[in-house]
Design a protein around this ligand. Structure first.
Ligand code: URA
Length: 285
Protein backbone atom coordinates (compact mmCIF):
# COMPACT_ATOMS: atom_id res chain seq x y z
CA UNK A 1 0.00 0.00 0.00
CA UNK A 2 2.84 2.35 0.91
CA UNK A 3 4.53 1.76 -2.43
CA UNK A 4 1.25 2.51 -4.29
CA UNK A 5 0.93 5.73 -2.28
CA UNK A 6 4.49 6.69 -3.07
CA UNK A 7 3.98 6.04 -6.83
CA UNK A 8 0.83 8.15 -6.76
CA UNK A 9 2.64 10.93 -4.87
CA UNK A 10 5.55 10.87 -7.37
CA UNK A 11 3.12 10.89 -10.28
CA UNK A 12 1.27 13.85 -8.82
CA UNK A 13 4.51 15.79 -8.40
CA UNK A 14 5.55 15.01 -11.96
CA UNK A 15 2.20 16.08 -13.34
CA UNK A 16 2.36 19.32 -11.35
CA UNK A 17 5.77 20.01 -12.88
CA UNK A 18 4.48 19.21 -16.35
CA UNK A 19 1.57 21.60 -15.77
CA UNK A 20 4.10 24.27 -14.78
CA UNK A 21 5.85 23.63 -18.08
CA UNK A 22 2.60 24.20 -19.94
CA UNK A 23 1.37 20.63 -20.54
CA UNK A 24 -2.41 20.40 -20.41
CA UNK A 25 -3.08 16.71 -21.12
CA UNK A 26 -1.45 13.48 -20.05
CA UNK A 27 -2.52 9.85 -20.14
CA UNK A 28 -1.13 6.57 -18.90
CA UNK A 29 0.08 5.60 -22.38
CA UNK A 30 2.20 8.76 -22.47
CA UNK A 31 5.78 7.45 -22.21
CA UNK A 32 6.67 10.24 -19.78
CA UNK A 33 3.85 9.39 -17.42
CA UNK A 34 4.24 5.66 -18.03
CA UNK A 35 7.58 5.73 -16.27
CA UNK A 36 5.66 6.37 -13.08
CA UNK A 37 2.80 4.02 -13.82
CA UNK A 38 4.24 0.90 -12.27
CA UNK A 39 0.82 0.42 -10.64
CA UNK A 40 -1.23 -2.52 -11.92
CA UNK A 41 -3.59 -1.21 -14.61
CA UNK A 42 -6.76 -2.15 -12.70
CA UNK A 43 -5.84 0.14 -9.79
CA UNK A 44 -4.86 2.99 -12.05
CA UNK A 45 -8.35 3.26 -13.53
CA UNK A 46 -11.09 4.49 -11.24
CA UNK A 47 -13.89 2.03 -10.38
CA UNK A 48 -16.32 4.97 -10.81
CA UNK A 49 -15.39 5.29 -14.49
CA UNK A 50 -18.38 4.48 -16.73
CA UNK A 51 -16.43 2.42 -19.29
CA UNK A 52 -12.90 1.08 -19.48
CA UNK A 53 -10.70 3.12 -21.85
CA UNK A 54 -9.43 1.34 -24.97
CA UNK A 55 -6.10 -0.44 -24.42
CA UNK A 56 -3.12 1.87 -25.02
CA UNK A 57 -1.15 1.51 -28.23
CA UNK A 58 1.89 -0.74 -27.78
CA UNK A 59 4.92 1.20 -26.60
CA UNK A 60 8.46 0.77 -27.88
CA UNK A 61 10.21 -1.66 -25.53
CA UNK A 62 12.73 0.96 -24.42
CA UNK A 63 9.91 3.16 -23.05
CA UNK A 64 7.98 0.42 -21.28
CA UNK A 65 7.54 0.69 -17.53
CA UNK A 66 8.79 -2.29 -15.54
CA UNK A 67 6.06 -4.94 -15.30
CA UNK A 68 4.74 -5.48 -11.77
CA UNK A 69 6.63 -8.43 -10.25
CA UNK A 70 4.61 -11.45 -9.13
CA UNK A 71 5.44 -12.71 -5.64
CA UNK A 72 8.15 -15.39 -5.84
CA UNK A 73 6.02 -18.18 -4.28
CA UNK A 74 3.18 -17.69 -6.75
CA UNK A 75 5.52 -17.63 -9.74
CA UNK A 76 7.15 -20.85 -8.55
CA UNK A 77 3.84 -22.70 -8.31
CA UNK A 78 2.50 -21.38 -11.62
CA UNK A 79 5.47 -22.06 -13.89
CA UNK A 80 8.55 -24.27 -13.96
CA UNK A 81 11.71 -22.59 -12.72
CA UNK A 82 13.72 -20.90 -15.45
CA UNK A 83 17.35 -19.88 -15.28
CA UNK A 84 17.49 -16.30 -13.97
CA UNK A 85 18.83 -14.85 -17.24
CA UNK A 86 15.86 -16.26 -19.17
CA UNK A 87 13.40 -14.45 -16.89
CA UNK A 88 15.01 -11.02 -17.41
CA UNK A 89 13.63 -8.72 -20.14
CA UNK A 90 16.20 -8.33 -22.93
CA UNK A 91 15.80 -4.52 -22.87
CA UNK A 92 16.11 -3.18 -19.33
CA UNK A 93 13.41 -0.76 -18.26
CA UNK A 94 14.67 2.85 -18.22
CA UNK A 95 15.33 4.21 -14.75
CA UNK A 96 12.31 6.18 -13.58
CA UNK A 97 12.75 9.93 -13.26
CA UNK A 98 12.87 11.06 -9.69
CA UNK A 99 10.43 13.85 -8.96
CA UNK A 100 13.42 16.21 -8.75
CA UNK A 101 14.64 15.19 -12.20
CA UNK A 102 11.11 15.74 -13.43
CA UNK A 103 11.26 19.35 -12.20
CA UNK A 104 14.53 19.81 -14.11
CA UNK A 105 12.90 18.29 -17.18
CA UNK A 106 9.94 20.65 -16.85
CA UNK A 107 12.41 23.56 -16.64
CA UNK A 108 14.08 22.35 -19.85
CA UNK A 109 10.73 22.33 -21.64
CA UNK A 110 9.58 25.66 -20.20
CA UNK A 111 8.86 28.48 -22.64
CA UNK A 112 6.73 30.60 -20.36
CA UNK A 113 8.83 33.75 -20.60
CA UNK A 114 11.04 35.33 -23.26
CA UNK A 115 14.23 34.27 -21.43
CA UNK A 116 13.65 30.80 -22.86
CA UNK A 117 14.31 32.30 -26.32
CA UNK A 118 17.65 33.84 -25.43
CA UNK A 119 19.13 31.16 -23.17
CA UNK A 120 21.79 28.75 -24.36
CA UNK A 121 20.97 26.29 -21.60
CA UNK A 122 18.59 26.54 -18.72
CA UNK A 123 20.08 25.95 -15.27
CA UNK A 124 17.68 23.98 -13.08
CA UNK A 125 20.12 23.49 -10.16
CA UNK A 126 22.13 20.61 -8.80
CA UNK A 127 23.42 18.86 -5.71
CA UNK A 128 22.26 16.65 -2.88
CA UNK A 129 18.52 16.34 -3.29
CA UNK A 130 18.03 14.25 -0.18
CA UNK A 131 17.51 16.55 2.81
CA UNK A 132 20.93 18.25 2.70
CA UNK A 133 22.04 20.46 5.56
CA UNK A 134 22.11 23.51 3.30
CA UNK A 135 20.49 24.71 0.09
CA UNK A 136 21.99 27.85 -1.46
CA UNK A 137 19.68 30.00 -3.57
CA UNK A 138 21.16 32.57 -5.93
CA UNK A 139 19.68 35.04 -8.38
CA UNK A 140 19.91 33.72 -11.94
CA UNK A 141 22.44 32.06 -14.25
CA UNK A 142 25.14 34.31 -15.64
CA UNK A 143 27.18 33.92 -18.81
CA UNK A 144 29.21 30.91 -17.63
CA UNK A 145 26.22 29.14 -16.13
CA UNK A 146 24.19 29.70 -19.31
CA UNK A 147 26.95 28.00 -21.31
CA UNK A 148 27.44 25.15 -18.84
CA UNK A 149 23.80 24.53 -17.80
CA UNK A 150 25.04 24.42 -14.19
CA UNK A 151 24.66 26.94 -11.35
CA UNK A 152 27.49 29.00 -9.91
CA UNK A 153 30.38 27.87 -12.12
CA UNK A 154 31.82 31.34 -12.95
CA UNK A 155 33.87 33.62 -10.71
CA UNK A 156 31.09 34.07 -8.16
CA UNK A 157 30.68 30.30 -8.20
CA UNK A 158 34.34 29.76 -7.44
CA UNK A 159 33.97 32.01 -4.42
CA UNK A 160 30.80 30.15 -3.39
CA UNK A 161 32.79 26.89 -3.63
CA UNK A 162 35.32 28.36 -1.18
CA UNK A 163 32.52 29.42 1.18
CA UNK A 164 31.05 25.91 1.02
CA UNK A 165 34.47 24.33 1.69
CA UNK A 166 35.11 26.72 4.61
CA UNK A 167 31.81 25.55 6.09
CA UNK A 168 33.14 21.99 5.97
CA UNK A 169 30.98 20.73 3.08
CA UNK A 170 31.77 19.34 -0.34
CA UNK A 171 29.83 21.06 -3.11
CA UNK A 172 27.94 17.86 -3.92
CA UNK A 173 26.74 17.62 -0.30
CA UNK A 174 24.63 20.79 -0.61
CA UNK A 175 21.97 21.80 -3.15
CA UNK A 176 22.46 24.91 -5.30
CA UNK A 177 19.71 26.60 -7.31
CA UNK A 178 18.58 30.02 -8.47
CA UNK A 179 15.38 32.06 -8.45
CA UNK A 180 15.47 32.20 -12.27
CA UNK A 181 16.38 29.15 -14.30
CA UNK A 182 17.40 31.10 -17.44
CA UNK A 183 19.92 33.88 -17.89
CA UNK A 184 18.58 37.42 -18.26
CA UNK A 185 20.38 39.10 -21.20
CA UNK A 186 23.53 40.94 -20.12
CA UNK A 187 23.00 39.61 -16.59
CA UNK A 188 20.44 42.30 -15.84
CA UNK A 189 18.45 41.97 -12.62
CA UNK A 190 15.41 39.67 -13.03
CA UNK A 191 12.09 41.45 -13.37
CA UNK A 192 9.25 40.87 -10.91
CA UNK A 193 7.29 39.17 -13.72
CA UNK A 194 10.13 36.78 -14.57
CA UNK A 195 10.50 35.87 -10.93
CA UNK A 196 6.77 35.24 -10.52
CA UNK A 197 6.74 32.90 -13.54
CA UNK A 198 9.86 30.98 -12.54
CA UNK A 199 9.60 30.69 -8.76
CA UNK A 200 7.19 27.71 -8.77
CA UNK A 201 10.09 25.57 -10.04
CA UNK A 202 12.22 26.57 -7.07
CA UNK A 203 9.30 26.03 -4.69
CA UNK A 204 8.88 22.48 -6.04
CA UNK A 205 12.61 21.86 -5.68
CA UNK A 206 12.64 23.08 -2.09
CA UNK A 207 9.70 20.90 -1.12
CA UNK A 208 11.34 17.85 -2.73
CA UNK A 209 14.91 18.52 -1.52
CA UNK A 210 13.81 19.35 2.06
CA UNK A 211 16.99 21.22 3.09
CA UNK A 212 17.54 21.81 6.80
CA UNK A 213 18.56 25.43 6.15
CA UNK A 214 18.25 27.71 3.11
CA UNK A 215 20.87 30.41 2.50
CA UNK A 216 19.57 33.22 0.27
CA UNK A 217 22.49 34.76 -1.62
CA UNK A 218 21.79 38.42 -2.26
CA UNK A 219 18.78 40.70 -2.56
CA UNK A 220 17.08 38.99 -5.51
CA UNK A 221 17.20 35.56 -3.87
CA UNK A 222 15.81 36.95 -0.63
CA UNK A 223 13.13 39.02 -2.36
CA UNK A 224 12.08 36.06 -4.51
CA UNK A 225 11.83 33.67 -1.57
CA UNK A 226 9.95 36.17 0.59
CA UNK A 227 7.85 37.43 -2.33
CA UNK A 228 8.71 40.96 -1.26
CA UNK A 229 10.19 43.11 -4.00
CA UNK A 230 11.11 45.88 -1.55
CA UNK A 231 13.02 43.73 0.98
CA UNK A 232 16.49 45.00 1.82
CA UNK A 233 19.31 42.46 2.01
CA UNK A 234 21.44 44.86 4.08
CA UNK A 235 18.75 44.96 6.75
CA UNK A 236 17.75 41.27 6.49
CA UNK A 237 21.17 39.61 6.38
CA UNK A 238 22.41 37.85 9.46
CA UNK A 239 18.90 37.54 10.95
CA UNK A 240 17.08 34.20 10.89
CA UNK A 241 13.99 34.20 8.70
CA UNK A 242 11.83 31.40 7.40
CA UNK A 243 10.67 29.94 4.09
CA UNK A 244 7.68 27.61 4.42
CA UNK A 245 8.88 26.51 7.85
CA UNK A 246 12.52 26.04 6.79
CA UNK A 247 15.06 28.30 8.54
CA UNK A 248 16.28 30.91 6.05
CA UNK A 249 19.53 32.86 6.41
CA UNK A 250 19.84 35.84 4.07
CA UNK A 251 23.37 37.01 3.28
CA UNK A 252 25.26 38.89 0.59
CA UNK A 253 25.80 37.41 -2.89
CA UNK A 254 29.31 36.14 -3.72
CA UNK A 255 29.38 38.51 -6.74
CA UNK A 256 29.00 41.40 -4.28
CA UNK A 257 31.91 39.98 -2.27
CA UNK A 258 34.07 39.97 -5.40
CA UNK A 259 33.42 43.72 -5.69
CA UNK A 260 33.52 44.37 -1.93
CA UNK A 261 35.99 41.92 -0.35
CA UNK A 262 35.67 43.76 2.98
CA UNK A 263 32.17 42.25 3.35
CA UNK A 264 33.53 38.68 3.38
CA UNK A 265 33.89 38.77 7.15
CA UNK A 266 30.20 39.71 7.53
CA UNK A 267 29.12 36.83 5.27
CA UNK A 268 31.38 34.43 7.15
CA UNK A 269 29.65 35.42 10.39
CA UNK A 270 26.27 34.69 8.76
CA UNK A 271 27.51 31.29 7.58
CA UNK A 272 28.83 30.50 11.05
CA UNK A 273 25.31 31.12 12.37
CA UNK A 274 24.11 28.53 9.86
CA UNK A 275 26.73 26.04 11.07
CA UNK A 276 25.80 26.68 14.71
CA UNK A 277 22.14 26.01 13.92
CA UNK A 278 23.16 22.73 12.27
CA UNK A 279 25.36 21.82 15.23
CA UNK A 280 28.47 21.82 13.04
CA UNK A 281 31.88 23.43 13.29
CA UNK A 282 33.65 25.22 10.40
CA UNK A 283 36.25 23.23 8.46
CA UNK A 284 39.66 23.11 10.17
CA UNK A 285 42.04 25.50 8.39
N1 URA B 1 24.98 34.19 -9.88
C1 URA B 1 23.85 33.61 -9.45
O1 URA B 1 23.05 34.20 -8.76
N2 URA B 1 23.62 32.36 -9.82
C2 URA B 1 24.47 31.65 -10.57
O2 URA B 1 24.19 30.50 -10.85
C3 URA B 1 25.64 32.30 -10.97
C4 URA B 1 25.88 33.56 -10.62
Amino acid sequence: MDSVRSVIRDLREVLECEILAGRRKASFDDPFVAQFAGVPEKRASSSAAPAAPPPPAPMPAAQMPAAPQAPVEKAASAAPMLPLAATQPSVPAPPAFTALEAVADAVRHCAKCPLSQTRTHCVPGEGNGNAPDVMFVGEAPGHDEDLAGRPFVGRAGQLLDKMIAAMGFRREEVFIANILKCRPPNNRTPTVEEMAVCIPFLRSQISLVRPKVIVALGATAYRGLKNDEKASISRARGIWDDFDGIPLMPTFHPAYLLRTPGAKRIVWNDLKMVLARLGRAPAAR
